[in-house]
Structures are given as C-alpha cells and as structure tokens.
Design a protein around this ligand. Sequence first.
Ligand SMILES: Nc1ncnc2c1ncn2[C@@H]1O[C@H](COP(=O)(O)OP(=O)(O)OP(=O)(O)O)[C@@H](O)[C@H]1O
Ligand SMILES: [Mg+2]
Length: 216
Amino acid sequence: MLQVVEVCKGWEGQEVLSEVSFELKKGEIIAIIGASGSGKTTLLNIIGGLMKPSRGRVLFFDQDVHSQKERDLNIFRNRKIGFIFQTYNLLSGLSIMENILLSANIAGLSSKDRAKNLISLLGLSKKDKDLPGILSCGEQQRVAIARALINEPEIILADEPTGSLDTETADEVFSLLKERVKGEKRSMVIVTHNKRLAEEADRLFLLEGRRLFKVS
Ligand SMILES: Nc1ncnc2c1ncn2[C@@H]1O[C@H](COP(=O)(O)OP(=O)(O)OP(=O)(O)O)[C@@H](O)[C@H]1O
Ligand SMILES: [Mg+2]
C-alpha cells in the first residue's frame, strides 16, 4: 500500500537520508531503530506528507503523495495517516477530549463515542476535560495516541510512542496499537528505542549513516 522509493533528504548540503527505500504492506508493522539524529523523525515526516523529500518518492496506492495539490495532501494527512508525534504536539488551549476530536471535526466525522472509548482504553477516563498542561508526560503521550487513532487511519506513524511510559503501560499501549493494526488491517511504522517492542514488529530496520538497513 505504501512504497518509499529512493528517498533523499538534506539541508544546506548536509544529507540526512540517502536513497531510502522500503515497502509497507496492509496489516504490516515495521519498526525502525537508529541513533539520535539518524533521521528517523525526518523519514516519518516525509512518509506522512509533512515534509517533502529532496529526491525520491512516496507512493500511497501508487499515488505520489508529494505531487498532490495542497488540499489533497491535507485530506491524505487527515484521513489516511495517524501521526503519533515524538513531542506529542497537543494544543495547550484545548481539553483532552477536544484535542482528540480536532482532526475528526476537520474531517467532518462525528466521533464522540469513539473518542470516549479510546480515552477509556488508554486509561484517561477522568482526564477528558483537563488541559494537556497538567498531565504527566506519559498521559500526554497516551492522548497523542488516541488523537492519532480517532480517524481510523490506514497508516499509523508512531515516533517513539512509548518513550515516556513505564514498562507495563508501554506494553499495554503497544498491544493496543498492534491490535488496531492486525485486527483492522491497518499498517504501522514505529520508531522505537525499545528493543523488545521492536522485535515484535514484522520487520525491523536500522537507520544508520543516512541509509536504511533491514535487520530482520
Ligand atoms: N528542519 C531542519 N533543518 C535542518 N536540519 C534538520 C531539520 N530537521 C532535522 N534536521 C536534522 O536532521 C537530522 C536528523 O533529525 P531527526 O529529528 O530526523 O533525527 P532522529 O533520528 O529522529 O533523532 P531522535 O532519536 O533524537 O529523535 C538532525 O541532525 C537534525 O538536526
Ligand atoms: Mg526523532
């Protein structure tokens, strides 16, 4: 469903990604590991249509993601991609419920029941009216996960989604994500430093020296 074809990205003569290629199939989970600064977030941003590659292409069902008109690109990001940002990117003036519902509202979907269900699954039931600022990092991370899942995206791009969670909660959250992918035939690219979780993916890649290597 998604093909990354010889993607390169650089800034001011410094190349971060060089000829990165892989394919993501329906129902598949790919994990990417790599040192800090190796370009993992950059690659997810390019896949999700948030950043243009310097060279190469990203194809979603054979459609070139980055050659779409801005309006279509926005629809692609809103409806097809669920982005779990490394830094959460929650809107500080909106409650937890409002943060989760924002992209559903943009899509014109009525998703209150689904939001309530996700809030409960992620153990945030008493927090739905709170502002993000008073939540712990782990709680904010779980809000970011609920927000990414609200529009039932075909591809989940998860940038260290369990980085702020204790082992037990990390396992629970990963199981929830895995269940969504496997049970509902979605796909996921997960960046993680958690070796145990990385090994649960269908395929594992290492980003090193600007290139992507298949580990397993
Ligand atoms: N907008 C930008 N302008 C210039 N350089 C950038 C920009 N965004 C990222 N970079 C550089 O690209 C490199 C890769 O950054 P990236 O955030 O993708 O790394 P990462 O693998 O996600 O690291 P981490 O594990 O710390 O999150 C870094 O050296 C960073 O400084
Ligand atoms: Mg990163």
